[in-house]
Structures are given as structure tokens and as C-alpha cells.
Ligand binder design. Structure first.
Ligand SMILES: Nc1nc2c(c(=O)[nH]1)N[C@H]1C(S)=C(S)[C@@H](COP(=O)(O)OP(=O)(O)OC[C@H]3O[C@@H](n4cnc5c(N)ncnc54)[C@H](O)[C@@H]3O)O[C@H]1N2
Ligand code: MOO
Ligand SMILES: [Mg+2]
Length: 439
């Protein structure tokens, strides 16, 4: 069998090719209590002011501030207490000069009152005439009042379609009465690991075999992106049965991830399976390491991601290419990994013919971001994923990088980024040729 020559595509072009396809997930209404981490499919506007009425921020007394104008330590002013109201209660009386209403935090300011004095600052007295308070200081008009609309004004756009629903967004939705929310459906991502060497996680090791880690890792990755996972039994490298498996899985999913079998080996059947399916292959070689053999295709509105079998390559392929597809279908803006600049914490002497994505730990020390490779830098490495919270991007065509260089880092735990990446991630301007380094 002759090996088809593959032409490596620059990473940025590969991403751009993916973004050219339009991806739209459906929408559904979901109960608010089940909305966390979903993505809004509608704009959320303030349907009323918040707070919806002037209210007391303290437990105290609602008063007419002018009454306290002359009040001092030696000349306390005495006010008659008309009633007590808690949050949710409306005063029956109006505050007029010489009177006060005992009020609890959150209660609506009674008519006539223009300030609140805290309980701790008054002396409470009882006599035959009723309840009174004495105030020994002047209180300003509007003191201690939470005004209607001071938090949010009616009509303001608070969250746009495409916003990830965080606990904070949920607070807003509840405030404005959304017991159900229009959100994007979670795309169903099927994950099928291929490889005759694979064992299930619960199985004992056998000679020549390894446990399937990719499927579980990719499942966790795409779930964190907001997809629903359909995990398939891993399959042996057998063309006919794999073809049937992929076909069946495609029917049941929006996105089909396979791991393994995309390179040029005798048992790497995914490229031929895509061909037999009649899928449109967007690319089958990328100028990157790890994951150069990552192959991505579309077929009848479905996505096929042929991720590498090597664990680190599989991880990187998922973050770089699957992430923007899942998130763009939900109309999110920041559909890519986050991008930060950091200082390289150690030398990276390997030459880079292709752009390299190095699993790394990113820390902040005295306001300075420092990034250091997280372990064995091989595409087959799994241990380097353990502590990695970022990928150092080392542009292709360089001979090595020196500690202290400024590098771009992709992250997946925090906020994402928009395309094109504003930091020149793929330029080699700050690369230091190891061979030219000063002794
Ligand atoms: N002659 C060439 N050989 C290879 C090339 C090449 O260009 N020419 N590319 C290399 C690169 S780069 C990579 S990356 C790998 C890609 O391999 P495949 O995607 O075809 O994956 P497999 O051959 O099935 O497996 C590779 C490796 O990964 C292990 N593996 C597979 N699946 C899993 C899994 N689910 N969990 C954990 N580990 C898995 C598998 O046992 C192999 O060790 O090809 C190079 N070869
Ligand atoms: O595709 Mo391989 O992971 O570049 O080493
Ligand atoms: Mg292979």
C-alpha cells in the first residue's frame, strides 16, 4: 500500500478552515435550576428596576431627616415610633415630622421618610404615650436608603445570547423571573477510541496492551466545553467493522470524535473510512506538534474529528479544533482557548520545524506570569497532562527557546479568546536560536 502524501497546513489556516463552516446547535427551554454552565440562546434584559422600590439597607428607623437637624449629644431629638415593618411588609402609616417607623433591612421605605438611622444609634424609650426613640446626631436626607434602580435600571441589556450561564447569570435570571431559560442544546459528541491494543479502564494489563485513556480524557474536555458525551465502546483496528461503527455513531451524534488510526500505519483506517463515507476532509496534516496527523472532516452536517491516538496530541487536537466548533454553534464570542503572555521558566532547546504546543504549568509570581513545560514533551506522553494548565505556543521554524523569552500560552480553565488571536502567537520574532546564544 502506498502512503498518500499529506501537505501540512499552518495551524492558523486549519482553525480558519474550521471557522468557515457554519455550525448552529438547536435551542431548548430548560428549567432555571438545570441551567448552570449552559449557554443563553436569548438576550436577557432587565424587565424592571432593581431594587424595584426604595428600601432600607439596615435594621433601624425610617425618619424625616429634617427632624434631626439640631440633634446633638446634649440635645437629643425625640420621635414617636408609629409601627414596625419587616422586609416584605408595607407601612400603614406615613412618616411625618416628629415620627419614625421601625424598619428592617429590605423593607420598603415608608412614605414621608427620607432617611434611615441604624438601631445601634438610637435610644429606645417606652412611656404611657407609646414607643419613642432619641437621636443624638443629625441624619442627612437620603442617608441609608437603597434607591429603586440603583443596582439595575429597567431596559438595560444584561447578558447577550451566547453568554455562558454562570452562578452570577443565574442570579440575574432568577431576579427577573426566568423559571425557564432559552438555551442552546448541548451538541452530542460521540467518542469512539480505535486501537486493537486498547483495554477498558477496569481491565488488567496484558502484554502489548494499554488502557484506553483518550476516550475518558476527551469526554471530560468536551463536557467542560458544554457538550453532551456519548461514549462508545472502543473498537479494534478492523476496516469493515470500524466503518460500520463510525457510520452508526454518526447517526446518533452531532460531532464524532475518534481517537487513533489517523496516521499512515497499516492499521490506521480513519482516512480510508472518511473516504468511503464520502466525507469532505478539511485537512489531514497540520504543521503542529503534537497532533500533526489530526484529520477533520464534515459529512451531511456532522463533524468528524479524527484525533491522534497519542494522548497529548489527542488533548491538543480537542482544545484547538473541537472547542471552537462546540462553542461557535452556541454563538459564543470567545470560542477559543484563552491567550496570555508569559515568561518561559526554563530553556526549551528542541528545534521546532512545526509550531509546538507544549503542555505546561502557568503560575503567577509577584505579578509575573511564568510558564514551564509540565513534563515529558512527547506526543505519546500522558504524564505531562497531569499538571498542565496551559499550552506554550512555540512558533514553527525556530531552533529553540531560552528561559526568560516571552511566549504565548493557551489556557482552558478561564476565559476564552476570540479569533484571530491578538497576540502574535505564531510569529517567531522573539525566538532565540539556541545555537547563537551567548555563553
Ligand atoms: N511513518 C509514520 N509514522 C507515524 C507518523 C508519520 O507521520 N509517519 N505520525 C506519528 C504521529 S506524529 C502520531 S501523533 C501518531 C498518530 O497515530 P494514530 O493517530 O494513527 O494513532 P494510533 O496509531 O492508533 O496510536 C498511536 C499511539 O497512541 C496510543 N493510543 C491509541 N489510542 C489510545 C487511547 N485511546 N488511549 C491511550 N493511548 C492510545 C497507541 O497505543 C499508540 O501508541 O503516529 C505516528 N506515526
Ligand atoms: O501528530 Mo504527532 O502527535 O505530531 O507527534
Ligand atoms: Mg497509527
Amino acid at each position: 500500500m502506498t502512503v498518500t502524501k499529506r501537505t501540512p497546513l499552518p495551524v492558523a489556516e486549519a482553525v480558519a478552515k474550521i471557522l468557515k463552516q457554519s455550525t448552529n446547535w438547536n435551542m431548548e427551554r430548560v428549567a432555571l435550576i438545570h441551567c448552570d454552565n449552559r449557554v443563553l440562546a436569548e438576550d436577557i434584559t432587565a424587565t424592571h428596576d432593581v431594587p424595584p422600590f426604595d428600601r432600607s439597607p439596615y435594621d433601624g428607623f425610617a425618619i424625616f431627616s429634617n427632624d434631626t437637624k439640631e440633634a446633638t449629644e446634649n440635645n437629643p431629638v425625640r420621635l414617636k415610633v408609629l409601627e414596625t415593618i419587616g422586609a416584605g411588609q408595607i407601612a400603614i402609616n406615613e412618616v411625618t415630622s416628629g415620627t419614625a417607623i421601625r424598619i428592617m433591612t429590605g423593607a420598603k421605605i415608608p412614605a414621608g421618610a427620607d432617611a434611615v438611622i441604624m438601631l445601634e444609634l438610637v435610644k429606645e424609650l417606652e412611656d404611657q404615650g407609646g414607643s419613642f426613640i432619641e437621636i443624638k446626631r443629625s441624619v442627612k436626607k437620603n442617608e441609608n436608603i437603597s434607591f429603586q434602580g440603583e443596582d439595575t435600571k429597567q431596559g438595560i441589556l444584561l447578558a447577550e445570547k451566547g453568554t455562558r450561564i454562570t452562578p452570577g447569570v443565574i442570579a440575574i435570571l432568577a431576579t427577573f423571573g426566568y423559571d425557564e431559560v432559552l438555551v442552546f442544546k448541548q451538541p452530542v459528541v460521540g467518542i469512539l477510541s480505535t486501537g486493537s491494543e486498547l483495554l477498558d479502564v477496569h481491565e488488567e494489563l496484558q502484554p502489548g496492551k494499554i488502557r484506553n485513556s483518550n476516550a475518558y480524557m476527551a469526554a471530560a474536555q468536551v463536557r467542560s466545553m458544554g457538550a453532551e458525551v456519548k461514549l462508545y465502546q472502543h473498537r479494534k483496528d478492523d476496516f469493515d467493522s470500524l466503518y460500520q461503527n463510525v457510520k452508526e455513531c454518526l447517526n446518533e451524534t452531532d460531532i464524532m470524535i475518534t481517537t487513533g488510526g489517523v496516521s499512515v500505519g497499516d492499521y490506521d483506517f480513519l482516512p480510508a473510512i472518511y473516504e468511503k463515507l464520502g466525507a469532505e476532509v478539511l485537512f489531514n496534516k497540520i504543521a503542529m506538534r503534537p497532533g500533526s496527523v489530526t484529520t477533520i472532516a464534515v459529512h451531511e452536517g456532522k463533524w468528524l474529528f479524527g484525533l491522534s491516538g497519542n494522548p497529548s496530541a489527542c488533548f491538543v487536537g480537542c482544545e484547538l479544533f473541537v472547542r471552537p466548533v462546540i462553542l461557535s454553534g452556541m454563538k459564543m464570542k470567545k470560542i477559543h482557548c484563552g491567550v496570555v503572555k508569559a515568561i518561559l521558566g526554563s530553556d526549551f532547546p528542541k528545534p521546532n520545524p512545526f509550531t509546538r504546543f507544549v503542555r505546561a504549568t502557568l503560575i503567577e509570581e509577584s505579578g509575573q506570569k511564568i510558564v514551564t513545560p509540565a513534563g515529558l514533551d512527547k506526543s505519546s506522553s500522558v504524564s505531562s497532562l497531569l499538571h498542565a494548565n496551559g499550552l506554550i505556543v512555540l512558533p514553527g521554524g525556530t531552533r529553540g527557546w531560552e528561559q526568560g523569552s516571552e511566549v504565548g500560552v493557551l489556557t482552558w480553565n478561564g476565559e476564552g479568546s476570540e479569533w484571530p488571536w491578538d497576540y502574535p502567537l505564531f510569529s517567531k520574532s522573539s525566538a532565540i536560536r539556541t545555537a547563537e546564544r551567548q555563553p
